[in-house]
Design a protein around this ligand. Structure first.
Ligand code: SF4
Length: 374
């Protein structure tokens, strides 16, 4: 599908195109994309150049390469992961998050273990072979409890993968859950720049602890996901360049990356949304940099644009993560405003995505979709 054509350049705060002509910049950008394709890495100045000033032509150029790489690795198959958002309680107070502790307007809920199991059963029936258990940092769900839950899911659905997305936990807890059978863990690093991290999080949260957690996850053998929001408040092109360098070095198995979207009951309520175009561009660049990575076209991408998930797949993504939570609680897990698919039943989402993928020449596969180096 052809990408739309925009003649203007995209710019981020603190960085300008200088006096270079548009044609020169575009030529330089294409060379940088080719360099990334050949070497799978760029220098920090290279990243800043690419991220600061790109055109829709650059984006289409990168998307073509990224899509070709994804096709060579995964064909036209898109993996699906069913997310069970089992608790919106959180002990943290991240400034961007709609379920942060200080949001007194959030309607809190917790699912029982049996309710979580029944979401998985419903998901299994309609073809899901990965369950993502996601929550705020809710310590009611101790490592013992999560480990027991993982064992039950694995016993009931032995051909399925279990992904955890519970926020930061200590090494022993992560180890216990891994030994119980958890396969994967998603923990966005959010930003690789400590000063930026401190602008997005309260003082009680620690950049080094988050990074340590990510390294623990990998050391424990989890298929590990990192990632960041594009266009988060205070973010500059230099920060994003540092994110890309971090991702290159850390080599996560998954990268969760979507546009920043504000939530009305947070301190960032009035901040502008992240750029849809920059998110798509960075998805393509991630695919080119780490060809085997599992790369979701996120719900946030589908929220910022009605065809965001389709365009994400066409930009090189290969995963979609629909909701398996009971419809009654979906609206309560509102990390940002206007989140899509909060009224649909799981089977409707599954059918809708099937149609959406078919419309762009892709098909949803029921395979587990584990990371592979091949
Ligand atoms: S982003 Fe995660 S850790 Fe932070 S407040 Fe929201 S749910 Fe809690």
């Amino acid at each position: 599908m052809p990408m739309g054509r925009l003649s203007s350049f995209f710019s981020l705060p603190g960085i300008s195109a200088g006096k270079k002509g548009a044609v020169m910049i575009q030529e330089e950008n294409k060379q940088l994309i080719d360099k990334l394709h050949a070497q799978h890495s760029l220098t920090k100045p290279d990243w800043i150049t690419l991220i600061s000033n790109f055109t829709d032509d650059d984006r289409a150029y990168a998307a073509d390469i990224a899509r070709e790489i994804a096709q060579s690795k995964f064909g036209n198959r898109v993996f699906i992961r069913g997310i069970v958002e089992f608790s919106n309680y959180c002990k943290n107070d991240c400034l961007y998050c709609g379920i942060r502790r200080s949001n007194g307007r959030a309607q809190r809920y917790r699912l029982t273990d049996d309710e979580i199991l029944s979401c998985c059963a419903e998901g299994y029936e309609i073809g899901y072979r990965t369950f993502v258990l996601q929550s705020g940092e809710d310590m009611t769900y101790t490592a013992d409890r999560i480990a027991a839950l993982v064992r039950r899911i694995k016993a009931d659905f032995p051909d399925c993968a279990v992904t955890l997305s519970l926020g930061e936990r200590e090494y022993d807890e992560l180890k216990q859950m891994k030994e119980a059978g958890a396969d994967r863990y998603l923990l966005r690093h959010e930003t690789a720049n400590q000063q930026h991290y401190e602008l997005l999080h309260p003082a009680a949260m620690s950049f080094s602890h988050r990074m340590r957690c990510l390294h623990d996850l990998k050391a424990l053998g989890y298929q590990t996901g990192a990632g960041m929001m594009i266009g988060a408040p205070y973010q500059t092109a230099e920060h994003l360049a540092e994110d890309m360098l971090f991702l290159r070095e850390f080599e996560p198995h998954m990268i969760g990356m979507g546009p920043f979207l504000p939530h009305q009951d947070t301190p960032f309520a009035k901040e502008p949304k992240g750029s849809y175009e920059l998110t798509l561009f960075l998805l393509s660049l991630c695919r080119i940099m780490l060809p085997n990575v599992l790369l979701p076209a996120t719900t946030a991408l589908g929220t910022i644009h009605p065809l965001g998930r389709e365009q994400g797949i066409l930009a090189g993504a290969n995963v979609i993560m629909p909701n398996l939570s009971p419809t009654a609680v979906r609206k309560k897990y509102m990390l940002y405003d206007n989140k899509i698919c909060t009224e649909d039943r799981s089977a409707d989402c599954r059918f809708c995505l099937h149609q959406r993928m078919k419309a762009i020449g892709y098909e949803i596969t029921v395979a587990r979709g584990d990371y592979s180096d091949d």
